[in-house]
Design a protein around this ligand. Sequence first.
Ligand code: ADP
Ligand code: MG
Length: 233
Amino acid sequence: MEKVYEGKAKIVYKHQDPDKYILYFKDTATAFDATKKAEIAGKGELNNTISSLIFELLEKKGIRTHFIRKLSQREMLVWRARRFDVEVVVRNLSAGSLCKRLGIEEGKVLSKPLVEFFYKRDELHDPLLCYEHIILLGLLKEEQISILKGMALKTNQILVEFFKEHGLLLVDFKLEFGELPDGNIGIVDEISPDTCRLWDLKTGEKLDKDRFRFDLGDLTEGYKKVLERIQTL
Ligand SMILES: Nc1ncnc2c1ncn2[C@@H]1O[C@H](COP(=O)(O)OP(=O)(O)O)[C@@H](O)[C@H]1O
Ligand SMILES: [Mg+2]
């Protein structure tokens, strides 16, 4: 298969259909701008499986995504997108960079979900963008900003409820978006414990990539718990 791009967590391969890509989920874990890095057996498979389940759920609920189907343990077939160079973060509780930047304690319930845009550029350390920055840089048009914000909030509603039903608290998550071959905007990339903060609803145990960031325990143990919970419907 011909490689299009190799990132920190996945490899993108061409498909015989030029409108499609194959995403290969690696076992590599990175944090803090990839200054911390490790190979964690089983991570790729878990993220592909969890991500596929979530994309199926979102599609069922009417949210457009790039997902076509899970091809194998580590591979996902997706629509090729013209990806926007932004990362959209939705937060329900304070954590991570929000706490650091604004001096908020972790775990505070926000009065309403917060949507933030970040510039997807590793060499600049993915800086926070305000509305005018997005327009200035030509990253998105005004109407696209509204569409992404609307889709992100709808996705949040669906996922908060879904995870709650399975005993999990969705603290925050990151989405990427792109223009799909049919011209519609869809969610791309992955939605997994690498890109979501998920806490056990009862015990508060962290089951996501913060385990790796802050050495809180075995990473795959957490991801396995997430998968076990959301698989039982
Ligand atoms: N459907 C898609 N079309 C085009 N690009 C995509 C699609 N889904 C994901 N991508 C991009 O492919 C790359 C996936 O590899 P990843 O390891 O996450 O990279 P990175 O280190 O840049 O985050 C990312 O740059 C992501 O934005
Ligand atoms: Mg990525």
